[in-house]
Design a protein around this ligand. Structure first.
Ligand code: UDP
Ligand code: MG
Length: 314
């Protein structure tokens, strides 16, 4: 019996017909010639996230000539988080690696990750970008601000520049799969489950082929989702603002009252009144907005919809 330990590569793919063959070729070459994962056995789990191009045909082609290739194909685009979940759920390895197909998660790092998890006593090795060459300045700025905000607000700690590029032991994978929440924010989940993690820093690399699927707007709503998923502090903000306004109103009331007593009744202008009314109205809407963000997440969560729907699996 072959008792070699198995490692599963979980790779989400959305419209990646160009990047996929490059990924496969590079990985095979590094594993066979550079022995980046020692003598571990390995398998691939490609998750076709409802691609509109020939991604699934390419995966099937690979599958036809290589038994180590497995795949799940979604009935539509469910997003990268869902794809990661499907991969982790189906992977059978003693170790599981989640990585992007565009080679931005450099396979060269696998050697260091392998050593950290297999030979040293870490449960997980995770990659972290320390530079952002080739990325737009505004993107880097927004991204840095996001990490600052979420680390302040949530109980979890997310390293700045953390990628979803992880080398994990089976115990950690099981813990993640057990978290069946519908609104998945992997960076938060990885951190929430704990375990001993080694951070490996590396320099940003550009995509091998194809283009990113993240617009600034999409990133912004992803960031908001992350904050809502892992912190309830925004809800307290509403109470805090309300309390502050009450206090201000009370002070104002006393001021107006005393002034009227001392100087008679100099009613001055409604513009200032309008400003105050609009300001308070705005605050109330903001607070309702925050409430509804949590409500909408709760609503989706209580429906218990599946995280993804598979069309095919092999
Ligand atoms: N991806 C996915 N579903 C999506 C969007 C992206 O499975 O809806 C995959 C994509 O194929 C890639 C990884 O997630 O393997 C990261 O995507 P991308 O390179 O566009 O993100 P970036 O590296 O710019 O953060
Ligand atoms: Mg990428």
């Amino acid at each position: 019996m072959d008792s070699r330990q198995l490692i599963s590569f979980v790779v989400p793919c959305f419209n990646e017909e160009e990047a996929l063959p490059i990924y496969y070729r590079t990985m095979e070459e590094l594993i066979k010639n550079e022995h980046i994962i020692g003598d571990l056995d390995y398998e691939y789990w490609f998750i076709d996230d409802g691609s509109k191009d020939a991604t699934i045909d390419m995966i099937k082609e690979l599958r036809a000539k290589d038994e180590k290739v497995h795949y799940v194909s979604f009935s539509r685009n469910f997003g990268k988080e869902a794809a990661l979940f499907a991969g982790l759920q189906n992977a059978t390895g003693d170790y599981v690696v989640t990585m992007d197909v565009d080679l931005q998660d450099s396979p060269e790092l696998l050697k260091e990750m392998y050593e950290a998890v297999v030979t040293e006593d870490y449960d997980c090795a995770a990659a972290r970008r320390v530079t952002r060459e080739g990325e737009k300045l505004i993107r880097s700025f927004l991204s840095d601000s996001f990490y600052k905000v979420i680390n302040k607000m949530a109980e979890i700690e997310i390293a700045s520049g953390a990628r979803d590029y992880r080398f994990m032991k089976r115990v950690m994978v099981d813990a993640i799969v057990a978290m069946g929440e519908y609104n998945r924010f992997s960076k938060g989940i990885f951190s929430w489950v704990g375990f001993k993690t080694k951070w490996i820093e590396y320099r940003n690399v550009e995509r091998s082929a194809g283009s990113t699927k993240w617009s600034i707007w999409k990133l912004f709503s992803y960031a908001l989702d992350g904050i809502v998923a892992f912190s309830t502090k925004l809800l307290n903000l509403a109470s805090g603002l309300g309390l502050g306004c009450c206090f201000l109103a009370f002070v104002g009331l006393i001021f107006v009252f005393v002034r009227a007593l001392l100087y008679g009744d100099p009613v001055a202008g409604w513009p200032s009144m309008m400003c105050i009314i609009i300001f308070i109205g705005g605050l109330q809407l903001l607070c309702i907005g925050i409430l509804s963000m949590y409500l909408s997440k709760t609503y989706l969560e209580t429906k218990h919809r599946p995280i993804y729907i598979a069309r095919e699996k092999e």
